[in-house]
Write a protein that binds this ligand. Structure first.
Ligand code: DX5
Ligand code: ZN
Length: 225
């Protein structure tokens, strides 16, 4: 079956002095990826609720909020109030993943759990049935422009097996170091939402960059067994 690929440009790599135009410039994508960093869960600080409102006002695409914060339980409602369509919180940052997923669903948004490169997919076994999306970090979170961690491909295959065992098909998002080559590798292993920061916003023609990633991933996805 054709695994439809979604491309999610990460505004972390946009020019913040003209954020509205930058978001409008990636309108051929499928969602906007919005990275929230608190300087504690990760060694970087990005943007919060008010900037999310500005991003929402600049696009009709769904916005996928990636919470790289130590206290997602305290933060999540504020991001839902600001218009998050998808919320990805980190498994490593909460003792109450199930409660958070319920809260996100009660507010009518899509719930996703993100896992760091050192976190195994088997930990998602008790909760995978309730997730709309799983975010597999393919770099250590905190910065744009890092190199893809190759062992992520094996991890994606394990996630695919886990989903098959449970008979569920959450979206599978990857984040970090996605360029045409790695887009094909991850799509071949089952990823279908590709976050891309520097490879989209660093390109002179963003629509062409989005299209190139989508084609590369779609071709590999079509070939997989
Ligand atoms: C990293 C962020 C990513 C980042 C990806 O911690 O979660 O979303 O923007 O940037 P690239 O695509 O440049 O690796
Ligand atoms: Zn991210």
């Amino acid at each position: 079956m054709l695994n439809e690929i979604k491309i999610a440009p990460s505004v972390l790599s946009a020019d913040f002095t003209r954020l509205g135009q930058e978001v409008a410039d990636v309108s051929t994508a499928d969602m906007i990826h919005y990275d929230v960093m608190d300087g504690h869960f990760v060694p970087n600080i990005s943007f919060g609720f008010d900037v999310l409102r500005a991003v929402k006002a600049s696009t009709d695409l769904p916005v996928d909020v990636h919470l790289m914060v130590t206290n997602p339980d305290e933060m999540v409602e504020k991001f839902l109030d600001a218009g998050a369509d998808y919320v990805s919180f980190h498994y490593e940052a909460t003792a109450h993943a199930n409660r958070l997923v319920q809260l996100i669903h009660d507010r009518g948004a899509k719930a996703s759990i993100a896992i760091n490169p050192a976190t195994p997919v088997c930990l998602l076994d008790p909760i995978i049935d309730d997730l709309d999306m799983v975010l597999v970090m393919t770099v250590n979170p905190g910065f744009g422009g890092q190199c893809f961690i190759e062992s992520s491909v094996r991890k994606l295959r394990r996630l695919r097996r886990l989903c098959e065992e449970h008979g569920v098909r959450p979206l599978v998002e990857v984040d970090g170091g996605i360029v045409a080559r790695t887009a094909a590798e991850v799509a071949g292993a089952g990823a279908n939402v590709l976050v891309a920061g520097s490879s989209v916003f660093g390109a002179p023609d963003r629509a062409a960059a989005i299209d190139a990633l989508r084609r590369s991933a779609q071709a590999a996805s079509g070939k997989r067994a």
